[in-house]
Design a protein around this ligand. Structure first.
Ligand SMILES: Cc1cc2nc3c(=O)[nH]c(=O)nc-3n(C[C@H](O)[C@H](O)[C@H](O)COP(=O)(O)OP(=O)(O)OC[C@H]3O[C@@H](n4cnc5c(N)ncnc54)[C@H](O)[C@@H]3O)c2cc1C
Length: 301
């Protein structure tokens, strides 16, 4: 019997996970990705127990995740230069497993995405890079997808896992207005600063209208992101120019306490992006085309 063919649009996070689940349930998925190959884009994720529970349905996957589990969450204040610990609590892998079944794991996005793509390929799923889906033509029993390079492909179903700027979503429900929240985020990856050496802390730092979150993603690396009110910037994950990065590294936030200032001063690959709100969809599918991940329900971090 021929297996039902499914086109998965996007090889970010949701795409490869879905493709593996489809394959193990007897479908024949193929992934099409706009980018030319797996990139170094973005910073990190703090994988939560509920996400790891889903990923644990892929045999031996969770064990391969490279990252760091924090053992403590701290909330600190650096208001007007005065440093205070507001609260801290235990999130050690042992207590998280006991309470929620899984730990939290801080991972670099690029490494995690590569692991997902390798896993999909090991399951015999083809990933076609450099294919940006631009057209979706539905008939009673199939969907034809057109790509920007002129290629066309047909499948019984299409799942749009094409993220925040989803062409699949636009094709189904039209163009929507994204409202700038007035908040921007910038962040980077930095060597573990002296104040955090030997500690595995997920640290929240609050100071004069700004919030920083930072957590370890490797033995010698912390990832961090700062939310602040600033002029509108595009919502992409592109690394800032050398001059822009230098300005952030040398800016007033580099004096923050609890190791936060050192993280900013030594930040590598600093990215900056605006935070936007989009209207909630009443449905995540139309006919044979379904949305998943950020394409279906983008949320501000
Ligand atoms: C480069 C990048 C870096 C990111 N870095 C971070 C981060 O550091 N921290 C964080 O919390 N979140 C980050 N995000 C967002 C995060 O990955 C998502 O919020 C979340 O993981 C949901 O995953 P997703 O698969 O729905 O979307 P995404 O992870 O955004 O994946 C969507 C994929 O679809 C591809 N795509 C888009 N349009 C098309 C098209 N028309 N045809 C084919 N392919 C298409 C994109 O190139 C991308 O690979 C990043 C997203 C991107 C794209």
């Amino acid at each position: 019997m021929t297996k039902t063919r499914v086109i998965v649009v996007g090889a970010g996070i949701a795409g490869p996970v879905l493709a593996v689940f489809l394959k193990t349930r007897g479908y024949n998925p193929i992934i099409y990705e706009r980018l030319p190959g797996p990139g170094e884009g973005g910073l990190s994720f703090m994988l939560q127990p509920n996400g790891l529970r889903v990923l644990s349905l892929i045999p031996e996957f969770v064990e391969q995740i490279q990252g760091k589990s924090p053992d403590k969450i701290m909330h600190c204040s650096s208001l007007d230069g005065k440093e205070d610990i507001l609260a801290d609590f235990d999130v050690s892998p042992h207590s998280m497993r006991e309470n929620f079944g899984f730990p939290m794991i801080g991972v670099r996005r690029s490494e995690f995405q590569k692991l997902l793509i390798d896993t999909a390929e090991k399951h015999g799923i083809e990933v076609k890079w450099g294919h940006q889906a631009i057209g979706f033509d539905q008939s009673e029993d199939a969907v034809e997808v057109t790509f920007a390079n002129g290629v066309k492909d047909t499948a019984s179903f299409v799942v749009g896992c094409d993220g925040l700027h989803s062409n699949t979503r636009t094709a189904l429900f039209g163009k929507e207005k994204a409202d700038f929240t007035g908040l921007t985020q910038f962040g980077g990856l930095s060597p573990t600063p002296p104040a955090l050496r030997g500690k595995l802390v997920l640290l929240n730092n609050y100071a004069n209208g700004r919030h920083m979150v930072t957590y370890p993603v490797a033995d010698d690396k912390y990832s961090w992101a700062i939310t602040t009110r600033e002029a509108e910037v595009k919502e992409d994950w592109k690394t800032q120019s050398v001059e822009q990065q230098d300005k952030i590294r040398g800016g007033p936030l580099s004096a923050w306490g609890f190791g936060a200032g050192d993280l900013i001063k030594t930040g590598e690959r600093i990215v900056k992006y605006g935070l936007y709100d989009r209207p909630e969809l009443k449905s995540w599918f139309k006919g044979r085309v379904v949305l998943l991940g950020d394409a279906a329900h983008p949320t501000s971090p």
